[in-house]
Design a protein around this ligand. Sequence first.
Ligand SMILES: Cc1ncc(COP(=O)(O)O)c(C=O)c1O
Length: 386
Amino acid sequence: MYELAQRINRIQPFHVMDLLARAQQLEQAGRSIVHMEVGEPDFPTPPLILQAASQMLTCGSVKYTPAAGIPLLRERIAEYYEQHAQLSIAAERIFITPGASGALMLAMAMLVNPGQHVLLPDPCYPCNRNFIHLFDGKPVLIPVDGSTDYQLTADLVQQYWTDKTCGTIIASPSNPTGTMISAMQLQAVIDFLTRQNGWIVSDEIYHGLVYAESARSALEFSTDVLVINSFSKYFGMTGWRLGWLVVPDTLIDAAEKLAQNLFISASTIAQVAAVHAFDSENLQILEQRRLEFQQRRDFLYDALRSLGFSIEGKPHGAFYIYAGCESLTDNSDAFARDLLERAGVAVTPGRDFGEHQAHNHLRFAYTTSLENLQSGVERIRQFVSA
Ligand SMILES: Cc1ncc(COP(=O)(O)O)c(C=O)c1O
């Protein structure tokens, strides 16, 4: 019997995976399930990306790339920042990683010492806590709600800051809430952290998938921030496992050394294909998809409210709605299980995202067609009125 490292006990599984497994079991037994639990776009990889990848495969030589990624892709990303946010980011600061997950791991490996505290909003993306545990840091969850758009504010960060705190991870738009941090708050949080000598990691994986004013990058406010992004969500390339991390100049050497050791390099085929992610033909397809997500959001937002769910403010990004179910149940976990068994609708219970009010929240992902969402809503209507 092996003795496991203690950190394994601190790492939580994804509870929704059990639900997903049950949903698949039901489907195999012939039941129809509407999936609103899945955090990945339902659209296929855009054709330009597929073409570039298959062209590369015919050449037969697929080798490692430089640890930081192929120069052309790093330059394309730098150009994208220039064109879409008028930001001049040196390509040397951009590290290509295996998904945003690889970028989060790289960032935490660089920044967290054992015993140090990292501030996170509660609710937030569950893996953040676990990446901190991986390096024996301590995630400190700060309860947030609709009054701050489920985002941290400078006041909250100040309130929870101690001499053990080293930094904070924010995400805007957020998973699970789809809400965004305002430019003013982002600036205020960065200013506070700068005064404390603390770091900020800004997870911008849902940038591009916004339905109001565009999301602001932390890079607009400081050159001393770390920014995470990915080809998974807006670019629709989850399975290609490709993301990036922008680091301050002072961290380039550390990031290079770690990337070499942790990954050698990100997937070569994915990198070569992703160079075309920024072609205007591809961006046009992504814009169509964004509009479709927006239509789905509008439908689901109104429908859920009419069913008795409470939603604090219309979410302006990502593809999630984090809905309060307090008028329907005080146990979102049991509710999600019953909803699956009796109505054939899969949603994610709040407890995957934290502790604060988790028992009366559910995350609905609109990563399925409008027709499926309509059918899901009808099933929920019958379930709650039964
Ligand atoms: C906020 C957030 N960050 C990071 C990730 C990881 O994404 P990737 O597929 O790029 O590793 C996800 C995936 O759901 C996410 O929601």
